[in-house]
Design a protein around this ligand. Structure first.
Ligand SMILES: *[C@@H]1O[C@H](CO)[C@@H](O)[C@H](O)[C@H]1NC(C)=O
Ligand SMILES: *[C@@H]1O[C@H](CO)[C@@H](O)[C@H](O)[C@H]1NC(C)=O
Ligand SMILES: *[C@@H]1O[C@H](CO)[C@@H](O)[C@H](O)[C@H]1NC(C)=O
Length: 633
């Protein structure tokens, strides 16, 4: 309305016009979905009512950070970004560099018409493991040993803080697989072969996400603000039950066993307000989980009333077909119709967007399915306060790898060790070791290797070797910190027997095991420790009293060596805080850990789990010797 025409109105009319303008203006400016005082359901409905198909499909699209730019975020209305294993803004990037990267992408998302924040996700599965200087906690195989749900809760809380320290609000953890065959390369991501232990360990979820408010409804996701993260129970369902432990393959069991072994930890997770669930690559009785409508929609969403969102695994829908990506339209159709809400698309996300758009426009996929997916994604984003606080809080950067978290990890290491043998030396058990003796030997491939003791999913997807990857304490370093200053510590990777025999060592600590691996590459049919580990055990333990510490993601072949070893400790994959190993070896704390897995004699017994009729283990499930702490010996 021009100034000239305004002059034509009388004063009262002018007032009316101004009022109308004001009302129209505030009406347009007030967006219900942006008002945190509005009920959750109202906000979701209001926002969905404003969204185009393009904007909705964008919410369902999760792209890898390598392809993400602020412009891409804006152009495609991208709802989520992830870091794959080892995908970092720069090698050894600081927390500030992470925050800046995440915030830049967030600005791109917020610059869209509706300004829906994106959610950034990462595999923080034993601490914030992709990030330099983060506290690396023991892998789950060790945490199951602790039988300590409150410890898990504290680890969850520390991990959430470290993830938030880098500006990230979403962790793809915990893995609640029940690994039934250690030949599986992801067995270390599983707390136990026993679902009851896995269920108890879901206490990490309130650590990651915060404690559920008393009035919360079952199945509704909960994330308690800026120091907590959305968590992800994975991999739904039966991932740990595949035949011969082959990764991503087929779990062949009946419905009753699926429900009684692999499903229980999902009940607990949902009860604890888990925000998201990731689907398994594996199949159940020949049917890909990524295309299983009965279990994803029928069971998880409808029967269990899970109200968070379901996310695919990395290229999970591509792998619905064999070979992967051979019929992508079909993959999109089958995955979305199964009930997957957010699709992890590390590569060609425009192909997904085009395919899904076409299928919705042609009624292959009903709009109601899209609305279900988007409603769930928005629910999680609203619940966690992402609309109110979309940008990272830079004041949290000092949480990364802080001393308190390292002490917690060290405690977890102590509680995760299992003493499998403790032979007598001069009528005294060898452990705890004496701190004050003239000279000791430390040997083995794994004694001075931070990368080995952290295992897979550390800095890189498959893990790394050596001591340069991040900040931490090797077992050798920890031993040196712990013995009396007068005790000479000699370290040799693989000494010959004659040298050991003639050097006057009081005893030896031999640290051997597996080298890092992760999914796809970690499957093993022989479960042996790497050379020269076996010969180091023979050379050293044949010549001097010795304790062997095994660093591994699962029970490994030990039967041939046990008789020739004085003491044997399973240390699993302890992470950066190797001091916890020395704390217990030298008796500052006692051994308390009990096996959460069966230790087999030979691989031809496998699979063999507690309760099986052919049960004949080297060390049974729940086994573990104890020692008293004797500080200051
Ligand atoms: C893709 O799969 C669908 C559904 O099974 C089938 O109808 C179609 O022919 C397949 N296309 C190709 C190119 O194989
Ligand atoms: C992504 O897929 C589309 C088909 O939707 C194709 O045209 C394009 O070349 C692909 N891009 C890449 C980088 O593979
Ligand atoms: C055991 O299997 C792994 C991989 O499955 C292989 O790399 C290794 O050489 C095998 N070891 C022995 C002793 O056969």
């Amino acid at each position: 309305m021009g100034v000239d025409r305004m002059r034509m109105f009388s004063k009262p009319t002018m007032l009316l016009v101004v009022l109308c303008f004001w009302a129209a203006f505030t009406e347009a400016d007030y967006l219900k979905y942006k008002d945190p005082k509005q009920p959750l359901g109202v906000r979701i409905k209001d926002l969905m009512g404003r969204m185009t198909l393009e904007e909705k499909i964008g919410q369902m699209t999760q792209i890898e950070r390598k392809l993400a730019t602020p412009d891409i975020m804006k152009k495609y209305f991208i709802g989520s970004v992830l870091s794959g294993g080892g995908s970092v803004p720069a090698p050894k990037a600081s927390a500030e560099a992470w925050v800046n990267m995440v915030n830049d992408l967030q600005k791109g998302a917020l610059s869209t018409r509706l300004g829906i924040p994106m959610i950034y996700g990462i595999d923080a599965i034993h601490g914030h493991n992709n990030v330099y200087k983060a506290t690396i906690f023991p892998h789950n195989v060790g945490l199951g040993v602790t039988r300590d749900p409150q410890l898990l809760k504290r680890i969850g809380a520390a991990t959430a803080l470290e993830v938030r320290a880098t500006g990230i609000p979403y962790a793809f953890a915990p893995c609640i697989a029940v690994c039934r065959d250690p030949r599986w390369g992801r067995c270390y991501e599983s707390y136990s072969e026993d679902h009851k232990i896995v269920q108890a360990m879901t206490e990490i979820i309130p650590g990651l996400q915060g404690d559920l408010p008393a009035k919360s409804r079952n199945g509704v996701p909960f994330v308690g603000g800026k120091t907590k993260v959305a968590a992800c129970a994975k991999h739904f369902v039966g991932d740990g039950g595949t035949v011969r432990g082959i990764d991503e393959s087929n779990t062949v069991i009946d419905y009753k066993e699926l429900l009684s072994i692999h499903m229980p930890a999902y009940f607990d997770s949902i009860r604890k307000g888990i925000a998201t669930v990731m689907v398994s690559y594996s199949s159940w009785n020949g049917r890909k989980m990524h295309a299983n409508h009965d279990l994803v929609t029928g069971f998880l969403k409808n029967k269990l009333k899970f109200r968070g969102f379901v996310i695919s695994d990395w290229q999970g829908i591509d792998r619905i077909t064999d070979p992967p990506h051979s019929n992508y339209s079909y993959s999109v159709q089958a995955g979305i119709l199964a009930g997957i809400d957010m699709i992890m698309l590390p590569e060609n996300f425009t192909e997904f967007i085009d395919d899904l758009t076409f299928q919705v426009k042609n009624n292959v996929i009903p709009m109601s399915r899209i609305d279900d997916a988007v409603g769930r994604i928005l629910r999680v984003k609203f619940v966690m306060g992402l609309f109110e606080d979309p940008m990272a809080d830079p004041s949290l950067v000092n949480q990364l790898g802080n001393q308190e978290h390292r002490e917690l990890a060290r405690e977890a290491v102590r509680k995760s060790l299992v003493l499998l043998k403790n032979g007598k030396v001069a009528s005294q058990p060898l452990l705890p070791l004496l701190k004050k003796v003239p000279k000791i030997l430390v040997a083995g491939t794994h004694a001075d290797n931070l990368g080995y003791q952290c295992g897979g999913w550390t800095i890189e997807w498959q893990g790394v070797q050596g001591n340069d990857l991040t900040v931490g304490t090797t077992i050798l370093g920890a031993i040196k910190n712990t013995v009396d200053p007068s005790t000479q510590v000699v370290y040799m990777d693989n000494p010959d027997a004659n040298f050991v025999k003639t050097s006057g060592f009081s005893y030896a600590i031999v640290v051997v095991g597996e080298v890092p691996y992760a999914e796809m590459y970690g499957d093993s049919t022989n479960l042996t420790i790497i050379e020269p580990g076996p010969s180091t055990i023979r050379n050293v333990c044949g010549a001097v009293k010795c304790v062997v510490v095994v660093i591994s993601g699962r029970p490994v072949v030990m039967e041939p060596y046990v008789a020739g070893i004085d003491a044997l400790v399973a240390a699993w994959l302890p992470g950066t805080e190797g001091q916890g190993v020395a704390d217990v070896l030298f008796g500052n704390y006692g051994f308390t850990g009990k096996l959460a897995r069966t230790w087999f004699k030979s691989v031809d017994q496998l699979p063999m789990n507690v309760g099986d009729s052919h049960y004949d283990p080297l060390f049974p499930f729940d086994y573990g010797l104890t020692t008293e702490s004797r500080k200051g010996n």
